[in-house]
Design a protein around this ligand. Structure first.
Ligand SMILES: NC(=O)C1=CN([C@@H]2O[C@H](COP(=O)(O)OP(=O)(O)OC[C@H]3O[C@@H](n4cnc5c(N)ncnc54)[C@H](O)[C@@H]3O)[C@@H](O)[C@H]2O)C=CC1
Ligand SMILES: O=c1[nH]c(=O)c2[nH+]cn([C@@H]3O[C@H](COP(=O)(O)O)[C@@H](O)[C@H]3O)c2[nH]1
Ligand SMILES: [K+]
Length: 507
């Protein structure tokens, strides 16, 4: 860079200079210098490869945790152009069913319709209303999706029923308007508008309930930002990922997920991925199921990354102890500041053509911009998406605040559930927790969060002077991207200060 007197301007540091000073930094420690803007924020292209073979329009994925990603989160993330990874703190059958449900979903329909059986008492509908906010349910002979559709029951049908043990079959409506399987979401929306009903069940030739369109879904859609193009596989199905372990039994899991659900990618879920277990698992999967992408990790150093890339992984997850629920650094004395970890792992991985996912510690849009500007191809979020409508679990009230449970997968609570359902006889008797269990605030729907986050990241890229991830990458490695570490006073200055009262609303 030259000034008017053609003297070089030494302003700020390159990433290589900043991250090689014997100190590890995280996102808040680092601040970027603005670049030159010659494009609009909307023109920024965030498209990135989350693995060698999977491109995402929105480089944000949800974490494989049992309080973050099950069917509904996976479907919604893919619908928004990102992707969800379904956890494996469950049996093979449960996880497979979740991936299959997500894979067979058509955007625009209700993800988990409320379904009751004819013999269920009306009390069950009250329960559904209290726990999930549903005021109606489909009634099928099996009490589940896929059963023969018998009727619909709404709270209006039971308002004046005094005996809460009355079977649903006595009060449900059987005069139904339905649409055939395969009806598009657009047509279903138009039908709902025309017939003025609240629900439109889709049934197959055998009269079985296959999907449910809802007036409220289309009504709510108007209050959410446009979702944009979904993430689809080559067959037009939503992209879905899943986590697995590295035990022998996990080979059966991978086989089932690939052969019976065509899962798009598996994550080898571990706090310390640089192990012979992962190397062997990567080699096994790439040999047995060559079409399936494997994301290994977690890692925080270039040497760890290189070993797993040489074993054949298609993506890497970076972060050790950075998560909001993590206690690994405290308990095990290992880990790394997340900005430093992302920069160093990305440098090695990008030179070998392997994308990385910055996992853990993402608290806001600025952290996403920083992670991607430092070489990550996508970010993985747990806490940011826990407590949303799409996260598993019910809302409850804690000290007057509406919350949902959020817990680390290495917490005692999650491990207790995992060893029951995952490894039927876990021999490791002394369990050391590497995470905590607690609750987070109700955050509304990810249908709002994700589009706003993506827009904020585009704005950040515009300020950096990078109109695409590829351009940011070039600037990172040729030294044009300048940055500095912030003192704690500079960080305080960068936050809101000297206000008596204020409300921080990001959008
Ligand atoms: N990113 C992070 O900072 C952290 C994440 N976590 C999360 O907690 C969960 C549990 O993590 P980990 O305990 O690291 O899971 P893990 O399954 O990798 O490890 C559990 C134990 O099993 C051992 N092991 C794995 N495969 C084996 C095999 N084939 N034969 C014999 N022993 C084997 C491991 O060495 C380790 O001692 C994961 O969901 C992980 O993502 C936990 C701590 C930190
Ligand atoms: O040390 C840990 N103990 C745990 O029990 C645990 N559970 C999850 N993870 C990791 O944290 C990530 C989510 O982090 P955030 O909530 O900050 O998004 C996740 O994506 C994981 O990488 C854990 N780390
Ligand atoms: K932490």
């Amino acid at each position: 860079m030259q000034n008017g007197h053609s003297e070089p301007i030494y302003d700020g540091y390159t990433a290589a200079q900043l991250f090689n000073q014997g100190i590890c930094n995280t996102y808040d420690d680092v601040i970027f210098h603005p670049g030159h803007i010659n494009f609009a924020a909307n023109e920024v292209d965030l498209t990135c490869n989350v693995t060698r073979n999977i491109k995402l329009r929105v480089p944000i994925v949800s974490s494989p945790m049992d309080t973050v990603t099950e069917t509904e989160m996976a479907i919604t993330m893919a619908t928004l152009g990102g992707m969800g990874f379904i956890h494996y703190n469950n049996t093979l059958e449960d996880q497979l069913a979740m991936v299959q449900r997500a894979k067979s979903h058509t955007p625009g329909f209700i993800v988990t319709p409320a379904v009751l059986g004819p013999q269920d008492p009306v009390m069950k509908l009250f329960e559904l209303k209290n726990t999930r906010g549903f005021s109606s349910a489909c009634v099928t002979d099996t009490g589940a999706l896929g059963g023969k559709l018998l009727g619909i029951v709404t709270t209006r049908d039971i308002d004046f029923v005094n005996d809460r043990l009355t079977p649903i079959s006595e009060v449900m409506t059987t005069d139904l308007i339905t649409a055939p399987e395969g009806t598009s979401a657009e047509t279903a929306g138009a039908l709902l508008r025309k017939c003025k009903k609240n629900k439109l069940p889709l049934v197959n030739a055998a009269g079985e309930l296959v999907a449910l369109a809802s007036r409220s879904y289309f009504r709510d859609a108007r209050s959410f930002p446009a979702p944009g193009e979904p993430s689809l596989d080559p067959n037009g199905k939503l992209r879905v990922g899943a986590a697995v372990g590295t035990r022998d039994s996990d080979r059966d899991r991978v086989k089932a997920l690939w052969e019976q659900a065509r899962v798009d990618a598996v994550i080898l879920d571990s706090s310390q991925g640089d192990s012979t277990y992962q190397v062997q698992m990567i080699k096994h999967i790439k040999a047995a199921h060559p079409g399936l992408d494997v994301i290994a990790g977690n890692v925080v150093t270039g040497a760890q990354a290189r070993r797993l890339i040489e074993a054949g992984c298609d993506g890497l997850r970076v972060g050790m102890g950075s998560g909001s629920i993590c206690t690994t650094q405290e308990v095990c004395a290992v880990g790394r500041g997340q900005a430093t970890a992302v920069y160093h792992v990305a440098r090695v991985a990008n030179s070998l053509g392997c994308p990385i996912i910055a996992d853990g510690g993402i608290q806001n849009s600025g952290h996403i911009t920083k992670a991607i500007a430092l070489g990550a191809s996508a970010v993985m979020c747990g806490s940011l998406f826990a407590g949303t409508t799409e996260a598993p679990g019910e809302y409850f009230t804690l000290n007057g605040v509406r919350v949902k449970k959020y817990r680390g997968m290495g917490s005692l609570e999650a491990m207790a559930k995992g060893s029951e359902t995952r490894y039927h006889s876990d021999t490791q008797s002394l369990k050391i927790a590497q995470g905590v269990s607690g609750a987070v605030k109700d955050k509304g729907s990810v249908r709002r969060t994700v589009p706003f986050l993506a827009q904020a990241v585009k704005q950040g890229f515009q300020d950096l002077g990078a109109s695409s991830v590829a351009q940011a990458r070039e600037m990172l490695y040729n030294g044009a991207m300048r940055m500095e570490a912030r003192t704690s006073a500079a960080q305080a200055e960068g936050n809101v200060h000297d206000m008596v009262a204020y409300e921080k609303k990001p959008w």
